[in-house]
Design a protein. Structure first.
Length: 145
């Protein structure tokens, strides 16, 4: 479900690796939710959802650190969007998951997958452009000397 595509790469290895890890956790949740041999998997699903929450928080912090370090102009907007997403996944309705686990989990994954994809393509890739402009700027500086 969470298929990684090269177009998601923002050229910064550390961020790409973290995005890939998020995709992996998403896939593990999907596999568990759709595995027909599973019996009672409510607790396992909750644990994986916790992993997803924790890793997302870790990743956003890391990404924000990198943006701050390089004076990325879109930092504030990114942080605002990150915070909103964290608030959303922190306030998940676990009762809904208990009632009809598979349906609720698939709905959640659908939301998370679309959010991450759109976020990477719409916002994180701009970090790539910025880094590239920094690199070419440095190159010009050297050339001018
Ligand atoms: Fe981001």
């Amino acid at each position: 479900m969470f298929d990684w595509k090269d177009e998601y790469s923002c050229g910064i290895e550390r961020i790409d690796d973290e995005h890939k890890r998020l995709f992996e956790i998403g896939n593990s949740i999907y596999e568990l939710a759709t595995n027909e041999n599973r019996v009672d998997y409510f607790d396992d699903i909750l644990n994986l959802i916790d992993d997803l929450k924790e890793y997302t928080i870790y990743h956003f912090e890391d990404e924000e650190k990198i943006m701050e370090m390089y004076d990325y102009p879109g930092y504030r907007e990114q942080k605002r969007v990150h915070d909103k997403f964290i608030e959303k996944i922190r306030n998940l309705d676990l009762e809904e998951i208990d009632e009809d686990t598979q349906q609720a989990v698939l709905k959640l994954l659908d939301f998370v997958y679309n959010w991450i994809r759109t976020h990477i393509l719409g916002m994180d890739l701009k970090i790539k452009d910025y880094f590239e402009s920094l690199k070419s700027g440095k190159f010009m500086e050297k050339k001018a000397r």
